[in-house]
Design a protein around this ligand. Sequence first.
Ligand code: PHB
Length: 395
Amino acid sequence: MTEPTLRRRRIVTAGGALVACTAFQAPIVRAQPAKLRVGMMLPSTGTYSPLGAAITNGFRMAIDELGGKVGGREVEYFTVDDESNPAKGPENASRLVQRDKVDVLVGTVHSGVALGMAKVARESNTLLLIPNAGADDITGPMCSPGIYRTSFSNWQPSYAAGAVAAQKKHKTAVWISWKYAAGEEAGRGFKEGFEKGGGKIVKELWLPFPREEFQALLSEIASLKPDAVGCFFAGAGAAKFIKDYAGAGLKEKIPLYSAGFLTDGVLQAVKAEAQGLLTTLHYADSLPIRRDEDFRRKYAVTFKLQPDVYAVQGYDAGLLLGQAMTAVRGDVSNKAGIAKALEGTVVDSPRGKWTMSKAHNPVQDIYLREVVGEQNKYVSVAMKQLADPARGCKA
Ligand code: PHB
């Protein structure tokens, strides 16, 4: 329809060029930069699904606060449920990169899945922002100019938990966790912190992720009678572990220490059984930080939910994307420019200010928290500006 109309007009104006030109001059339209295609690869099913939801909320909240744009480019979302399934990690990440042509990958929760994402991101030269998964290798031997983490390394909060257990004068501890990268690396961090403080890990107990049959292992702990227990669990599995630990009569007898993933986002489900638990994490529910108070108020109003560490990590990934894209004026292919802008950058997070290390992992305060009511109440700073050792990173 439009083509014949245009032709007719051209014929009519043929005799009066000047008038015709003026009449039909196209208005000056500035070309809109292409949208920035952001692939959100997170779990929306399984034991880690609430973590994926909180990260998504936090990330979108940060981008919305930036007016929906970063580096002048409007953000467009593509999503995949990674099911916390490492076997499907590379395939899911490739689908976002190849089919959806995303410029940025954001994800994920599970370390095993994130390792697959990191491989795809490196091979395809796609920017990857990790808002949770702590796999030590990603900011260790696999560290890369295009990969950044806004959360923690698995070593970090568990190292602090081990140190706290030693400070409480416990001499022996049993470690219990899921047998995959996060549980194993958290176990090594806990052991390092605990043994440096004079303690000894006397036994490690494992079960496959995401299994929740804890009874036999709890009976073994009861017969081993260590001074303390260290663990790594998160999400729905953590709620079940806290319940079973108390149910087995161990809570009053053998103190339990853990990175705060154990009690973040689960307290509505296990309020009674969790009271008094001490955990270490880079976030707490009652931080004396003004930025956090504002963040919490706004998050609660927007999502009708209380935020947790996962929401903050997602929010910080959005902030970091904003910083990166501003620095390179939206040119996401400029990895060197992104690295120059982000290494050493300070992120003004609700958790408190943190600095991006050369290996691209946060250098951050680790807080000691205690479960009081439905809160992971801030007690003190357990470790000030703790940096992951980034073993094997050649950056
Ligand atoms: C991980 O797999 O790296 C992981 C998962 C859940 C957490 C923390 C770490 O809460």
